[in-house]
Design a protein. Structure first.
Length: 250
């Protein structure tokens, strides 16, 4: 996934006097471990470890932000831990049973049941990553419907999605909006999955979510906090001692 999305968001937040922290999940980027196709709950646990560490270092974590797969990790995080006041889901997928055939090919279940894994390759045949049966089943078992219903009404939840998303249809955003109690939806007209021609609109939408009247208490907290931004997730919080976190990858 395009890490420049998170870099641009962190820059936009910094200009507003907010600090941000970005990191790689286990098995991604520069972090140790093996990449897993599913791994949603493990990545939520990674995020929780970062939140706990920052608090140990006397930072207030004001918000977390995730893109694509990272958006789903944000949903799971909010449903499991409920310890960050604001969560922002950028272009997350609601139905995790969809989008698999495009990555793994037709009859992927028959293939993985037979071999135990599927190697995903590029056009030249180079193996990009291996999808194990265990990781695939973990994805299929991640229920965004149940997770959405489990999110506390005390959590201020925002979903931002592009109307022209070619990977995860904008309809998924409306499903989150139906189920999460304290939810606000922003659709960016014409934007694709990576907001290629709409980075300014995306940054403005995230900043607006944090600085809106609904988030006034977040801004006050952010005077003492820090924003965490994984290369795939992003945690964001108040300037100097507060943070925000961002995450991505479908």
């Amino acid at each position: 996934m395009d890490d420049s999305i998170m870099i641009d968001l962190a820059a936009a937040l910094t200009k507003k006097g907010m600090s941000a922290f970005r990191f790689d999940f286990s098995g991604n980027g520069e972090s140790e471990g093996e990449f897993q196709y599913g791994n949603y709950k493990k990545e939520a646990a990674d995020l929780h470890s970062v939140v706990l560490y920052l608090r140990q270092e006397k930072y207030d974590v004001a918000a977390i932000v995730g893109h694509s797969k990272g958006g789903d990790v944000m949903v799971l995080y909010a449903s499991i831990y409920n310890d960050v006041p604001m969560v922002i889901n950028l272009s997350g997928r609601f139905n995790l049973e969809k989008g698999i055939e495009e990555r793994l090919g037709k009859e992927f279940m028959d293939r993985i049941n037979k071999e135990g894994y599927i190697d995903v390759t590029n056009k030249s045949g180079e193996v990009l990553y291996r999808v194990t049966k265990e990781s695939l089943m973990e994805r299929l078992g991640s229920d965004m419907h149940a997770a959405s219903l489990s999110i506390s009404k005390e959590c201020r939840f925002f979903t931002i999605h592009g109307s022209a998303d070619e990977i995860i249809p904008v309809e998924d955003a409306y499903e989150f909006a139906k189920l999460i109690s304290n939810h606000k939806l922003r659709v960016i007209e014409g934007a694709n999955h990576c907001y290629t021609a709409h980075r300014r609109e995306l940054s403005d939408a995230v900043v607006d979510a944090i600085t809106s009247s609904r988030g006034d208490h977040i801004l006050e907290q952010m005077q003492n906090g820090v924003l965490i931004q994984p290369a795939m997730p992003l945690i964001s919080s108040p300037p100097v001692t507060s943070r925000y976190i961002i995450k991505g990858l479908d």
